[in-house]
Design a protein around this ligand. Sequence first.
Ligand code: DGJ
Length: 695
Amino acid sequence: MPMFTTATGWVLETARSGYALGFNQAGLLTHRYWGPRLPHPDDYPSPPNPPGWASFNNPAQLTPEEFPGVEDLKFTEPCLKLSFADGVRNVVLRFDAAAVSEGETPELQLTMRDTVYPLLATLHYRVHTAYDLIERWVTLTNEGDTPITLERVFSAQWHLPPGDDYRLTHVTGRWLDEMHLRHERLDLGCKVLESRRLTTSHHHNPWFALDRGQANEDEGEVWFGALAWSGNWKIAAEVTDFNSTRVSIGLNDWDFAWQLKPGESFSTPACVAGYSRAGFGGASRLLHDYVRNVVLPHGQQPHKVLYNSWEATTFDVNTSGQIALAEVAAAMGVELFVLDDGWFHGRNNDTAALGDWWPDAVKFPDGLTPLIARVNALGMEFGLWVEPEMVNANSDLYRAHPDWVLHYPTRPRTEARNQLILNLARPDVQDHLIEKLDRLLRENNIAFIKWDMNRNVSEAGWPAAPGEQRELWVRYVEGVYRVWGTLRQRHPRVVWQSCSGGGGRADLGILRFADQIWVSDNTEPNARLGIQEGFSYIFPANTMEAWVTDMGADYLPLSFRFHVSMCGALGVGGHLLRWSESQRAEAAHWIARYKAIRPLVQQGDLYRLRSPQTHAFSAVQYMAKDKSAGVLFAFRTHLPLPSQLPPLCPRGLDPEARYEIEGVEGVRSGAGWMYGGISVELGDFDSTMRMVRRV
Ligand code: DGJ
């Protein structure tokens, strides 16, 4: 039974965790507990009723609230901040009703009303039992007859057990350099992570993990969460003056305002959060399973080995040149051929053509059909690149609709990569894109689309907005979701990839539409090891598109470059016409081996054995869910001599079962391998792939 109503509130239970909340004597919705699942519903603590501290802190300041508004003498981060029409800016929510719905994902809905104003807040708690996750979001409804201006609406505030010091883990980076793990002790005050870039961003990701500073990859308590949103977001990790740690997460309130008109509702994006006692590895595996089984459109479908010609030909594409590459790719065992940028009307470099989404008549005089037909005849599917949200000033679309871009009429329009951003908050822009992309998909046999976005926002103006311009931040993202969702509905078999100059739009919101993420434009394999590791804290390997390109070719063996990419959804992006026969034969060998291990990598459990972000000798392992087989990859970059590599201890084996590991003599129990480890001899810039088999 995953949900209980008790005298003191509600208990939400997952397979291994418990979460309790309830109204305290002051009528505040308080957090009671988040940790290991307890034997009995009465075991969970009662709602706290802390005393205040002098005349400067009323009890409310010390009360851990689930969804705090602005009221009383309380100065910690609120989840809700607004203005009523008469200028009152306090919001005082109290219990109205509770409803519980059972089923596979039971849901608790708590409705709360402002004590004076006709504002209804519905707090949703959905329990994802198998994944130890609670999903939360909030709906606000204006039941009055004057508008309410929303200024902040977070999705949730998550509270940690009080009294301890916590360490925050998050990822940070830049274009070409995403997903660096950061671990920092939280101290008094507020640590803010955010995006103000209109999209998720390369710089931070709406994901957090907290522990007491002792959790490691395999053991220890970790509380973690992620926001399903692809626009401006904010995480505020706060330690109060009374040593209470909480994480508020949701839409960024920076430059945000929303007119909630009479009778209207506003819903936040969802945030999922979980608790694991199995360290950071355990937390990642829970998120991976959730993403694969619940979030992704085709979560169980194996991803094909693709070839993408971008790094080989950039904008210089045409039918015969692409066919030449396709023929080599097919002979190597590639299953999906992707034509990237450069194929559409007038696109010869990055100064023109974005917006004009039909084949360039010079490069493709008979359209894309001859290329697609040849690709299909070679036994491969065909994929195409688009960047729907963007327009170049030098394009037919911009000449026809200069008012369709984000801009302020009085200011110059800042270009980045020579492009401007179409205002996807506008329904007419959304409809235009749906029509153009739908036609492309109807007229061509396209199995895969890479959706790119190559700049961030500058002038966030929407002069023709029907109401409050600052709704743009949310309406734009909803517009992206509407375009993408409509196309997905009309073409359900198409697999989409989310790219934003690499990993600029990687989040659980976009993964409801896209099955894959282009993790980084950096395809240099050493750098890639670290980027892939950071990515793996949040996302499963089947979402991680990874190409073998020519980056690193002059100092890394092809086997190393393949091994790195085989840790995700394998792709190839090198200039195949320049590869020798023996390189192509070796590539064919690794592609065939990848196909054999694909179910393990894409659907298995991930174990990070040694971190490439902190060690020059690193390893990662994937195990089948039934523990019958696995595959282990180890990499050595540069280690000064003398160096002795430590043994690698595989993980996730059945301790009692007997296993053999490729390259090591003998059969041992799972426990024997996991605790005894294996020795791996590697020179600098060397790697190995080892199969693990139950015998
Ligand atoms: C940025 C992407 O990340 C690249 O892979 C490539 O698609 C280029 N855009 C094309 O302009």
